[in-house]
Design a protein around this ligand. Structure first.
Ligand SMILES: Cc1cc2nc3c(=O)[nH]c(=O)nc-3n(C[C@H](O)[C@H](O)[C@H](O)COP(=O)(O)O)c2cc1C
Length: 273
């Protein structure tokens, strides 16, 4: 992700994300003061999609199947519980906003209306995310929410008041280009980096970055665009973005082209179902 456009002093090549705040609201101001002491902290990210943990059936299945690893899996998956306050509301967000100048970003926003509210309340950024499909079943794709949110912000003259990032399902350079065309400042990737790291370590992560970079550059050339700032919504057809009817089959892709085989991992680390 790129840095927030806050001031030149805060520019950095990365953002330190703080995803957990104390459950005890009484202690909030002190906790934020502690965070402010760390000069490397450039933004506070607050999850707004963790009032409860999603029904992660694969985690439960593994826990039930594998008694031996049950303890560690239970910790990793938090045993079906979340430490987040279930009553998080705009009042809490306003309180956090009021007690610090560190830019605040909300992760897990799922509606255009909430992006508008965030902009009105002086929130610096939002990450439109359905938590990689791990929280609410059937939640909307972030790209769809992005298109809606941008439109709503424009109608209210709030377009430049807030940065919008998206994550979830970004797999190729073309996904990044689509998001940038629709007005995202940047995108996040979860599983692609986890898989690259798990399969190939640092080398895999570097390869992933270079593949994505190559694809973005290639797509931009094919669109006739030299600069990222020139990517815009006129380059993208959104007419079927909300269409959830039956998929149109692509015979060439599905039936004629040879399927790509997965490359073998360097070191066999055990099978993952
Ligand atoms: C194994 C795993 C663990 C995750 N843990 C967290 C987490 O602790 N906090 C959080 O905000 N998001 C978490 N996420 C969600 C990611 O931040 C991100 O929203 C999601 O992975 C993006 O979707 P993608 O995997 O399709 O790229 C997790 C995702 C995965 C796959």
């Amino acid at each position: 992700m790129s840095s927030f456009r806050v001031s030149s002093k805060t520019r950095t090549s990365g953002i330190n994300c703080i995803s957990t705040l104390t459950k005890s609201w009484a202690n909030l101001e002190n906790r934020i003061k502690e965070i402010e002491k760390y000069k490397t902290v450039k933004a506070i990210f607050i999850n707004v999609d963790l009032a409860d943990l999603g029904n992660r059936e694969k985690d439960s299945k593994r826990r039930a199947e594998d008694e031996a690893s049950a303890a560690s899996l239970a910790t990793a998956a938090n045993n079906g519980k979340t430490d987040y306050p279930s009553n998080l509301s705009w009042k809490h967000i306003e309180r956090i906003r009021a007690c610090t100048n560190i830019p605040i970003a909300l992760k897990g926003i799922q509606r255009g209306e909430d992006v508008v509210l965030a902009a009105e309340k002086g929130i610096s950024g939002v990450v439109l995310s359905n938590h990689g499909g791990r929280q609410l079943d059937f939640s909307r794709p972030p790209l769809e929410v992005l298109s809606e949110a941008k439109q709503m912000l424009k109608e209210r003259g709030l377009d430049n008041k807030i940065e919008i990032y998206i994550d979830g399902g970004i797999r190729r350079g073309s996904d990044i280009v689509k998001a940038l065309c629709l007005g995202a400042t940047g995108v996040g990737l979860g599983r692609p980096f986890l898989y690259a790291m798990a399969g190939y370590g640092e080398e895999g992560v570097l390869k992933l970055v270079s593949l994505l970079e190559g694809e973005v550059k290639n797509n931009m050339k094919l669109l006739g665009v030299d600069n990222i700032k020139d990517l815009n919504e006129e380059l993208i057809d959104t007419t079927t973005l909300k269409f959830r009817g039956s998929m149109v089959n692509d015979r060439l892709y599905d039936g004629v082209y040879e399927q790509l085989n997965f490359p073998s991992f360097k070191n066999e680390v055990g099978s993952i179902n």
